[in-house]
Design a protein around this ligand. Structure first.
Ligand SMILES: [Ca+2]
Ligand SMILES: [Ca+2]
Length: 165
């Protein structure tokens, strides 16, 4: 009788170990399946994100200009002017620089351009306003036969170069 009980207990133990193993395997498989599904879902999500589109804070363009002042340019310095327009965003031009091909340099004072604003820079002297700035240079700057306008950001990097003609 004792032998039979022992055998029954032993059989039960073996069976139980088998149960545990089976459960473990089932759990393990379900874990694998879940993680595989998660990875596939993540992949799909990544592929669904559209490529990022660069969106600059502002866009500046060359506006109207008059590089050949009426009469002698050197005697009509404010008849010579260039302008810069902001077509998108907002930018403070403080410490930005504008240079001609020769290297004459104009340093911008604090002037904020909002979308749609245009600032005109006159070669001669005058009182600066939100829309008019004065280089107050002794002589004409822009060559009547053609010139280049270099616009540098406050950090010294070139923003854009425009051909004037
Ligand atoms: Ca002229
Ligand atoms: Ca000129």
């Amino acid at each position: 009788m004792k032998k039979i009980i022992s055998i029954l207990i032993l059989t039960g133990l073996i069976f139980c170990i088998g149960c545990i193993n089976q459960n473990y395997e089932i759990n393990d498989t379900s874990k694998l399946t879940t993680s595989t599904l998660a990875t596939e879902t993540e992949k799909e999500t990544v592929e669904d994100i559209p490529p990022s589109i660069p969106s600059p804070e502002y866009v500046l363009v060359l506006g109207p200009k008059n590089i050949d002042a009426p009469g002698d340019d050197n005697l009509n310095l404010n008849g010579e002017w260039v302008s810069i327009s902001c077509t998108r965003g907002t930018v403070d031009l403080v410490s930005w620089k504008m240079k001609d091909e020769y290297g004459w340099t104009f340093v911008f004072p604090k002037v904020i351009l909002y979308e749609g604003d245009t600032v005109t820079i006159y070669t001669g002297c005058g009182k600066n306003t939100d829309t008019s700035l004065y280089w107050c240079h002794d002589n004409a700057i822009w060559n009547n036969s053609g010139d280049k306008l270099y616009l540098y950001k406050a950090d010294g990097t070139l923003y854009r170069r425009w051909n004037l003609n």
